[in-house]
Every structure is written in structure tokens, then in C-alpha cells.
Design a protein around this ligand. Structure first.
Ligand code: BTN
Length: 253
């Protein structure tokens, strides 16, 4: 066990020097009966993946790459879409504690100085109408070396170290993030959760280009969040738009 994680109420913990993707590891573990809030982390991923079938690069020794098996309680089932922001919000709270000003690019990218610092990929194994487990995969660029070259990323990227201007203790950050995830999970159904997410929403009140599925991208201004976590916007023509969590790419106009 990584020393800084001792005492945290994890369902289980696995550490791997190298794996394809921690989401694959967590999914297999979930099938085998992993308890709620079991965590699998790796130093290096060889086939890390992101949203929209993108690649996620995790070099050894400088990043956080881990996945959490979440078994939603009956009470949490009504708030499933909020889990998309949950880890991002927890990371924002953790980064704020070390003096940074992170933002959440909807639905769940964490930005520092308007550059992507962390990404979150949620997958689930559906069984009929029931969801036995959500796999919440989180990748954080901690050290400068974790940031991929500019020609290998879709969106400008940075690291926690670059934004802070000094090295960051990776395991302290990991423990703080897991603690914040446990903490924010308790409030996932409360108005406070939605307010905290909305307060940190990147580009709120600004014009963005938003592409969803096969539709041509539209230019619209972000107005806020609906109770189900949908992003609310208004088009140049004054038409209200609402985007559900899903296949969406968003960037400044
Ligand atoms: C994104 O920004 O598109 C999401 C990136 C998610 C990356 C994390 S790293 C840990 C977990 N394992 C993966 O293969 N992906 C997620």
C-alpha cells in the first residue's frame, strides 16, 4: 500500500507498475466481485484511453492513472449523471487546497490556466436495467513530463507542477483526491453538489463551439447547468440549447 493511502476506507487497492488501462483492470476486478470504492492504479499505461476513443498517454513516474469501482447505492441511482462530474469536482477541491484555481470543462475535464490537466473516463457494465458497477477512470498530469507533446493532444495541456511552479508530491495528491471523492460522494444528491460544479464551470457566460455526435458544431454561450447535470447554453439566435452528458466536444469559440 502507498503510505499516504493508509487509513482511507477503500474497498480494496491494487498497484501495478504497468498495465494496458486501469479501466480494463477495474472492469475485470468488478466482474470478479470487487467491493465498492476499490481502486486500481498504475505507474504506466500502454493503452490508456480517453473519451471519444482518444488515446491517453501515461508515462512512468510522473502522472496519476487510476480507476475506481463504484457500486451506486439505490439512493445514488437517481443521480447517476452527476457521477460524470464527481471525480472532476473532487480534483478541483484538492487542487484548490494547494492554492490553484482549477475549472471544470463540461462534462469533466479539469483545466488549469485554461489547459487540460486531467481527464475522466466513466464506463459501466450494464446488465439489463441494472448497473452493477461504474468504472471511474482518472488521469492527472502531475509532473511536467506527464504532458504529451502538443501535436499529440486535441486540447492544450499542462500539468499540476507547471501551474503551481514547483514539484508536487504525487502520492499526497492521490490521497487528497481519494479523500475528496469520498467526501463529495456523500453530497452527490444535494443542491450543494450542483452549485459547486456550476461555480467551477469553465467558460460560463462565454461563447463556445459545441459539437455533439454527428451534428455540425454550433456556437453558443454557456448559461449553466440543469439539475440533471446537462449543460445549458443559448445560441446566437437566442435558442436555448441543452446537452446531456455524452459524446460532446467543447472548445472556446
Ligand atoms: C479524457 O480526457 O478523454 C479521459 C481520460 C481518462 C484517462 C484515465 S487514466 C486512468 C483510466 N484508464 C484509462 O485508460 N483511461 C482512464
Amino acid at each position: 500500500m502507498i503510505p499516504s493511502l493508509e487509513g482511507l476506507p477503500l474497498g480494496g487497492f491494487r498497484w501495478l507498475e504497468e498495465t494496458t488501462s486501469t479501466n480494463d483492470e477495474a472492469s475485470t476486478w468488478a466482474e470478479q466481485g470487487a467491493a465498492d470504492f476499490s481502486v486500481v492504479a498504475a505507474d504506466r499505461q500502454t493503452q490508456g484511453r480517453g473519451r471519444l476513443n482518444r488515446r491517453w498517454i501515461t508515462p512512468a513516474g510522473c502522472a496519476l492513472a487510476f480507476s475506481v469501482v463504484v457500486r451506486p447505492t439505490p439512493g445514488e441511482m437517481a443521480f447517476l449523471p452527476r457521477f460524470s462530474a464527481w471525480a472532476g469536482l473532487a480534483l478541483c477541491a484538492t487542487l484548490e487546497q494547494i492554492g490553484l484555481r482549477p475549472e471544470l470543462k463540461w462534462p469533466n475535464d479539469v483545466l488549469l490556466e485554461r489547459r487540460k490537466t486531467a481527464g475522466i473516463l466513466i464506463e459501466s457494465n450494464w446488465r439489463g436495467d441494472a448497473i452493477p458497477a461504474l468504472i471511474v477512470g482518472i488521469g492527472v498530469n502531475v509532473g511536467r513530463q506527464s504532458v504529451p507533446p502538443a501535436d499529440q493532444v486535441q486540447y492544450p495541456a499542462t500539468s499540476v507542477e507547471s501551474a503551481l511552479g514547483k514539484p508536487v508530491e504525487r502520492w499526497e495528491l492521490f490521497a487528497g483526491l481519494l479523500r475528496a471523492m469520498l467526501d463529495w460522494r456523500e453530497r452527490i444528491g444535494e443542491a450543494e453538489f450542483l452549485n459547486a460544479w456550476e461555480r467551477r464551470l469553465a467558460f460560463r457566460g462565454e461563447w463556445v463551439q459545441v459539437g455533439a455526435g454527428l451534428e455540425p458544431p454550433r456556437t453558443a454561450r454557456i448559461t449553466g447547468l440543469a439539475a440533471d447535470g446537462s449543460l445549458e447554453l443559448i445560441s446566437r439566435e437566442g435558442e436555448p440549447l441543452s446537452i446531456q452528458v455524452g459524446e460532446v466536444s467543447l472548445r472556446p469559440a
